[in-house]
Design a protein around this ligand. Sequence first.
Ligand code: ATP
Ligand code: MG
Ligand code: MG
Ligand code: MG
Length: 470
Amino acid sequence: PITGANDIRKAFLDYFKGQGHQVVQSAPLVPHNDPTLMFVNAGMVPFKNVFTGAETRDYNRAASSQKCVRAGGKHNDLDNVGYTARHHTFFEMLGNFSFGDYFKEEAISHAWNLITREYGLNKDKLTVTVYHEDDEAFDLWKKIAMLPEERIIRIATSDNFWSMGDTGPCGPCSEIFYDHGDHIWGGPPGTPEEDGDRFVEIWNLVFMQYEQLASGERINLPKPSIDTGMGLERISAVMQGTHDNYEIDTFKAIIAASVNATGAGENDKTRASHRVIADHLRACSFLIADGVLPSNEGRGYVLRRIMRRAMRHAHMLGAKDLVMHQLAPTLIREMGQAFPELGRAERLIEETLKLEEGRFRQMLDKGLKLLDDELTKIGDGAELPGDVAFKLYDTYGFPLDLTQDALRSQDRTVDVDGFNAAMEEQRAKARAAWSGSGDAATEKVWFDINDEFGATEFVGYSTEQAEGKV
Ligand code: ATP
Ligand code: MG
Ligand code: MG
Ligand code: MG
C-alpha cells in the first residue's frame, strides 16, 4: 500500500500521466508571471496565463505538485500553524488541470477514482460540497460517486465560488472532505463547527466556466477549464491513519530533529513550538532555495518574520545552541529527492539560518525581558500598548506578528492602531530631520519612493496586505 508522502505524490502524478496529462515540475515560490503576488499560493498560479488564453502550451492537460506558501495577504495561514492540525505556511499542492479540454464530469471521475481506488479511501468517510446553484455538479456526484444526497452539501458562500481576480475566469467549486471521526472536534462543512479538525478539506475542484467582465457582466467561457488542488500533507495524514498533518512521516522526522536539537521532549507544553519550528523550517528553507533572503522589506521580510517566529519558539523550548540550521539536513533527507534545489542550496540555507538566528538571539533575550516587564506593569489580561510593541519592533527586531504570537498564550492582544501611530510618528520625525541634498525636487522623489515602497518594515508589508495582494 502507498503511505509515504513521497509515494503519494508519485502515485498522484503517475495517475494523471496515465490519463494523458503532462507532468510539470513545481515552479519556484517566487512567481515570475505575477508581480502583484508575493509567493505562489496555489497550483494554478504558474498556469494563470494559460487559463486566460494569454499563453498557449503544447499540452491541454497538466498535473503538478506545486510548492506553496501562505503567509500573508488573502491566504494567510501563519497564525494557524501550531494551532490547527491541518495548516502549514509551506505545503505542496497536488493538482490536475484542464485547459479548455475536459470539464466537470471527467474532473469529478478522476478525483473520485484516485482517492477511492488508487488511494483506497473509505467512501463512507467522504463528504463533498457544491456551489448552491451548481445542480450539474450535484447530479454528477450522485451519479459518479453514488453518494447519498445528504453528503453532497450545497454551499452558498464564496468558499465554493472561485475567481482569479475582479475580472477574468471564475466558476463554482466542489470540495472533498474526509471525516476523521467523532473523537476529533468539528462538524461537516456548512455547520458552525466546520472549522474544527474533524472534517478536513482534502481536495478542491474548481470549475472555471465563466468570465467576469469589467462591465459587471458574467459570460460563459467558450472552453471551460479545470483547476484542482489537493494538499499533499492532508492526504498523507489520511493515508497514514491520522487526522494530524504534523504526524505524517515528513513532519515526524523534522520534529524528532527539533526535539534532539533543542533538548526539549515532546509534551503538551512543547508540542505547538515543535510544530511551529518544523513548519517554519520548511517554509524558510524552500524560500531560501528559491532565492529569497531575509531583509527588511517585501518577500525578504516575510521570510524574516517566519524565521524569527520559529527562533522565539526554539528559545521558549530552552535551546542553548542555535537550532534552525541543525534541522536542515533532516529536511533535505526527507524532501531533497523530490526537490533537488534544496540539496543544491544546503550550504546557503544553513548559513542563512545560522546567521539570522545568531544575530536575533541576543536581541530576543533583551526584547523578551522588556516585554515581560511591561506585562507585569500593565497587569493581567490588558492589551499591550502600541508604543511598547513598536519599541520591540524598532529596537529589538520583533516583527509585530511575533509579539502577537508571544501574547497569544496569555490571551492578550496588541494595540495595533497604537503601533501604527508610533510607526507613523517615527517616519514623520525622520522626514523632519532629513536635510537631504537641499534639492527639493530630489527630496520629493526620495520621499515618494519611500512612501510607495516603505523604508520601514511594517508599513511596506501592510500596504500590500491591505490591498489583498501579498
Ligand atoms: P482550508 O479551508 O482548509 O483553509 P482552503 O480552502 O483555503 O483550505 P484551497 O485554497 O482550496 O484551500 O487549496 C486547495 C487544497 O490545498 C486544500 O483543499 C487543502 O488540501 C490544501 N491546503 C490549503 N491550505 C493549506 C495549508 N495552509 N496547509 C496545508 N494544506 C493546505
Ligand atoms: Mg484556507
Ligand atoms: Mg476551504
Ligand atoms: Mg478550498
